[in-house]
Write a protein that binds this ligand. Structure first.
Ligand SMILES: Nc1ncnc2c1ncn2[C@@H]1O[C@H](COP(=O)(O)OP(=O)(O)O)[C@@H](O)[C@H]1O
Ligand SMILES: [Mg+2]
Length: 425
């Protein structure tokens, strides 16, 4: 089922926009109903998902929901989520106006509550209320459902599916769990189906279904019995038997979740930094999306070093400073001392001291320049054959409130703020 599209979000053609990226992003979100943020761990996925949602709500309009998985505590507090379980909450218009923004639409936020989502799934798929109750009370279920890390990926996608079915929002931006492997997410629905159809589940339920355990597995069970205790084995068997009662429902649902990921109304947002390891992982993720024919609508390179570091003139200046540090420090030392040095004390800015500083500065500039050059290469590689790439620089201090999210959004939209006292590049 497709929710009615709000016309609010359709941008009037005459409306001014800041940049080409802005037009492309706004066209993208107007055409899509679901944005799945994915990427390596720790690169700013959660923050980017929230920034995108907040900026769409502010500039494009409609009812926008960001479903976060693991927001940093201060971000969760800023969005008013955290203690709410799966329930969505609306960020009041007053929070936008307080930072000078009159939002065109509504921003809602929710946090993915793993245990609540698992319990809801069990209630949906169990054949009857009694079985559901038994599963929910099974101590193994309680343990496994809360720790099973691959399950997190599935639950995030499952919750997304449910929200999409409900049709309450024009745009859903979903953050994803910090998987060990970003690709796990794409395969989560298939894995869930596989698990329910696998021999593993069948095998695990053998001791329950037949007390006549075959000769081959008997030693295993007798060892397991001694090591784990028979109560645990019984709980295990009960658990897997109960799980099997939900098999058909789970398989059908996982299939529907998978279809939503492939739907034309769904797009992926790949977030990465331009560091070597996440960069490589993002590049694999990009290939994986393409090979699965999943739509990659937007690439956000986050925490990127300023391009001014790769300016050749600046590089030449740093080289001169390094080469002529001794001569320069002879000239600089008196000027610096006049500004604040205490002659004759430990703090005296002698040419030797100044020379050391100049060398250090030149060296660190050159280190940063090297990193920025590698980043630029990786950016070229990642953004090749790709339409919409946004670059977000490293921002001092963590992004923990709506103002920070909207600032990040402006960068995603391709705007470069002019810093006071600095010429626009
Ligand atoms: N552009 C940025 N500049 C500086 N800090 C950032 C930036 N983007 C994100 N962060 C910070 O990095 C940390 C990790 O971000 P988060 O969104 O939780 O990452 P992930 O969800 O990928 O694990 C947070 O403290 C966040 O505030
Ligand atoms: Mg996160």
């Amino acid at each position: 089922m497709s929710p009615p599209r709000s016309t609010v979000r359709k941008r009037a053609v005459s409306e001014p926009v800041a940049s080409e990226t802005a037009i492309e992003i706004e066209q993208l979100v107007a055409a899509k109903e679901v944005v799945v943020a994915c990427g390596p761990g720790g690169v700013g996925k959660t923050t980017t998902a929230a920034a995108l949602a907040a900026t769409v709500a502010a500039r494009v309009g409609g009812r926008v929901l960001v479903l976060t998985v693991d927001p940093a505590k201060r971000l969760a507090d800023a969005l008013g989520i955290g203690a709410l379980g799966n329930e969505a909450t609306r960020i009041p218009t007053s929070a936008f106006t307080a930072v000078g923004v009159r939002p065109k639409g509504e921003l809602h936020a929710a946090m993915l509550d793993m245990s609540e989502s698992w319990d809801a799934l069990v209630r949906r798929h169990a054949p009857d209320a009694g079985t559901a109750k038994q599963i929910l009370a099974n101590p193994l279920y309680q343990n496994i459902s809360r720790r099973f890390s691959q399950g997190q990926d599935y639950i995030a996608m499952e919750r997304l599916y449910e929200l999409h079915e409900d049709g309450d929002y024009d745009l859903l931006v979903v953050d994803t769990p910090p998987s060990r492997n970003a690709l796990d997410l794409l395969d989560a629905p298939a894995r869930m189906q596989e698990f329910f159809s696998s021999r593993l589940l069948h095998w695990l339920t053998i001791p329950y279904r037949s007390r006549l355990v075959n000769a081959a597995s008997r030693p295993f069970y007798s060892v397991a019995d001694r090591v784990l205790g028979s109560q645990l084995l019984q709980d295990l068997a009960d658990f897997f038997i109960l799980l099997q009662t939900m098999r058909d429902g789970f398989v059908a649902r996982a299939d529907a979740v998978d279809r939503l990921l492939r739907d034309v109304r769904t797009t992926f947002l790949l977030v990465t930094t331009l560091e070597a390891v996440p960069g490589r992982e993002a590049s694999e993720m990009k290939a994986a999306l393409a090979s699965r024919k999943l739509h990659l609508g937007l690439l956000v390179c986050n925490k990127v070093l300023p391009t001014s570091l790769t300016d050749p003139a600046a590089a030449r200046a740093a080289d001169v400073v390094a080469e002529d540090a001794a001569a320069l420090s002879e000239k600089l030392a008196p000027a610096l001392a006049a500004k604040g040095g205490s002659a004759g004390s430990d703090e005296e800015m002698t040419p030797v001291v100044v020379e050391r500083v100049l060398e250090e500065v030149a060296q660190s500039f050159s280190n940063f320049r090297q990193v920025a050059t590698r980043e630029a290469e990786l950016l070229r590689e990642l953004s090749a054959s790709h339409d919409v790439t946004a670059i977000v620089p490293y921002q001092a201090g963590h992004i923990t409130d709506l103002a920070g999210l909207l600032q990040m959004g402006a960068r995603i939209w391709g705007e470069t703020p002019t810093e006071p006292g600095r010429a626009k590049r």
